[in-house]
Each structure stands twice: as structure tokens, then as C-alpha cells.
Design a protein. Structure first.
Length: 357
């Protein structure tokens, strides 16, 4: 759902010392061939891939550098407002996420997959002995004519890995060919990116054209297996990307703010008509609601939970069903033992016991 990164001080100092050292040595000795080849390769790489300066809020500062065009699926990013980058690596033709977001914590629901063909600013680049690291940011403002000030920038870090010593064993074309599997280059060097000087006026908040009755279940238009259920007690359950999340929500006008318990992060969504649009732009459609109130025939019993568990429903789905239904569970000691023997998980049994309070 849903900073200006300069090279580390140690890198800057190291670069300075190397430069000074080469100047002194150059007075009496020539550089070894392998070292000269490594420096020449690095110069060629840096001349082809030139960073763009951006502020902490993701706004371009001054002249633009290289704009990259993503060539492969699998690269994920997080909002620039979080500060750090989401780490991924590329090797043997595949992008893999590290699963660890360095420098802070963020819920999986805040990740956005970057799309093939999407344009990205190169914000920073590190060239190491076994990898070239690209820091990139989505750039809805790459073209002034299509700039969208309401499109938040997202950031990612991708380490393109090579065999150790590639700087002396490979030439620029070989390295560029590997990088080209992930990033094409659309050079815009020397052109100032036009950033709106004044923010666009906020769009008028649409009125809610549908009375929302709880529990309300929304299904992702992009991934129908992803579901969000809002309950009358201001709790919610979310099934997204094969993961289950829970938490609470508040409503202001037609805006929802959801606090995800698992990551203690917040995300927002706007309700219009029968759709929710979350902060990443994902659209969720309201499942048709019945006008009739639930009858005694729709009460959930122990047998219903056992059927769902034996049908291998995810715990999050079963718990969402419990939270959104009228329940009449037998929670006696013998009944609880029977549930456990039937394969019902402890998390679901806990939700059943809580539903009876």
C-alpha cells in the first residue's frame, strides 16, 4: 500500500588522498598498467553515468545528470520522505531484494515496484572492487511538460555485482553491457529540469457518493487476491502479497489513515465512489455489500472455522472473517482442544475467544 546522498566521508577522504598520492608519485614514477587501466575504466563509467543533485525532499537541485530507463522487473523502492534507500542487488541476470532496509524501518506495504520503461534519476554512484552501486530515484518531473508535483518520488539502491578484479580484466563495453541489462541511459546533461516554483493547488476533495457500511471489504484492482477489510470497531485486516497485516484506522472526511501494527507505520487512502486509492496509487474496489442485515443463519460457529482451516485458508483471512461476522463460538476447554486437534492455529483460536467477549 500502501536526502541528498553524498558519497560517505571515508570515500571522499580516500579519493582525495589517492589523488594527492598519484600527484606525488607521478613526479618520479608512472602508474602501474593495471592501476592506470582501473582508473581509466572508472573515468569512462563516470562520464557515461552522471548523478543528478536532489534535495532531501526529492526535488532536483541545479543541472540534471543522467536519466536511466529501467530495463528489468524486480527493483523495489520506498518513498524518498523515508530518507534511506531500499537495497537490492543484480547478478547473473536477476534483481534480488535484500529484504533489509538499511538506515530505518519500513513496512512492506510501503514498497513500490519500479516499472520496466520507467525513468529514474541517478542520484549517486559508488564504484567498488566487485560492484557498481546505483542510487536512483523515480522522476515524474523528467519532462517539464509532464511534471506531476503530486507524484511522490521513490528511491532504491541497486548493487550490480561483478567478479572481483573486473576493473583490470574487463573493458568499458563489457561493463556497460552488464549495466545495460538493468539500466538504459537517456542523457539530459546540461539541461535544467523545470521544477514548479509554486505547488499546484490541492485538488478538490470529492464527496462520498456511497454510504459505507461496516464491515467493508475492498479488493485490489491490480492483484485480486489482495484484500482489505475495514471493521466497525476501527480495526482492519489486510492480505497483500501473500502477507497478512492488521491494525487500526481513523477517518477524516473521505480520507483513511491506517496504522499497521506489524511495522508501526502509517499509510493513507482516499475513498471516492466505491473505490479506495492508497498513497502508492493502488486502487481497491469495494466488494458489493448486501442491504440486508446478517441473519442468525450467517452466524459463524466452530464448524465453520474448522472447515476454513482444513481448506488451508490463511490465518489472516480466517481472522478477518471472524472480525467481520457475528459469531457464536463454543470456547469451552473441550471445544478448544477439539479445535486444536482439527488443525486450527493458536492465532485463530485466540481470535475466536476474543470474539465472544
Amino acid at each position: 500500500m500502501m536526502l541528498v546522498h553524498s558519497p560517505p566521508a571515508s570515500v571522499q577522504i580516500s579519493t582525495f588522498l589517492n589523488a594527492c598520492g598519484h600527484a606525488v608519485l607521478g613526479a618520479t614514477h608512472s602508474l602501474p598498467q593495471s592501476q592506470a587501466q582501473s582508473q581509466n575504466l572508472e573515468q569512462q563509467i563516470r562520464s557515461q553515468y552522471r548523478p543528478t543533485r536532489v534535495g532531501g525532499n526529492g526535488v532536483v537541485v541545479g543541472e540534471s545528470g543522467s536519466v536511466l530507463v529501467l530495463q528489468q522487473d524486480g527493483l523495489k523502492a520506498i518513498p524518498a520522505s523515508y530518507g534511506p534507500y531500499w537495497y537490492s542487488s543484480f547478478k547473473n541476470g536477476h534483481i534480488r531484494g535484500s529484504g533489509i532496509q538499511h538506515g530505518g524501518s519500513v513496512g512492506m506495504s510501503n514498497l513500490r515496484p519500479l516499472q520496466v520503461g520507467e525513468k529514474l534519476y541517478l542520484v549517486n554512484m559508488e564504484i567498488n572492487q566487485a560492484e557498481i552501486v546505483f542510487y536512483v530515484q523515480s522522476c515524474g518531473t523528467c519532462d517539464a511538460s509532464s511534471a506531476d508535483p503530486n507524484d511522490p518520488p521513490y528511491r532504491a539502491r541497486l548493487a550490480i555485482q561483478f567478479d572481483k578484479g573486473y576493473q583490470t580484466s574487463s573493458d568499458f563495453k563489457q561493463v556497460q553491457s552488464t549495466i545495460g541489462q538493468v539500466f538504459g541511459v537517456e542523457a539530459v546533461q546540461g539541461r535544467r529540469v523545470q521544477v514548479p516554483q509554486t505547488p499546484a493547488p490541492p485538488a478538490a476533495i470529492p464527496s462520498i457518493s456511497l454510504t459505507l457500511k461496516f464491515p467493508a471489504t475492498f479488493v485490489s484492482a491490480q492483484a485480486p487476491t489482495d484484500q482489505l477489510q475495514l471493521n466497525a470497531n476501527n480495526s482492519f485486516s489486510l492480505q497483500e502479497g501473500g502477507q497478512a497485516y492488521h491494525g487500526n484506522f481513523t477517518v477524516t472526511g473521505n480520507s483513511f489513515e491506517l496504522t499497521i501494527s506489524e511495522s508501526n507505520t502509517k499509510t493513507t487512502a482516499t475513498f471516492e465512489g466505491n473505490k479506495l486509492t492508497d498513497s502508492s496509487g493502488q486502487v481497491w474496489t469495494l466488494r458489493e455489500q448486501s442491504a440486508a442485515s446478517p441473519s442468525s443463519d450467517t452466524l459463524l460457529h466452530n464448524e465453520d472455522i474448522i472447515k476454513m482451516a482444513q481448506a488451508r485458508f490463511d490465518d489472516g483471512i480466517i481472522i478477518a472473517k471472524i472480525n467481520g461476522s457475528k459469531c457464536q463460538f463454543d470456547t469451552s476447554v473441550d471445544a478448544l482442544i477439539g479445535l486444536q486437534k482439527a488443525g486450527v492455529s493458536s492465532a485463530v483460536i485466540k481470535a475466536m475467544v476474543g470474539a465472544g467477549k
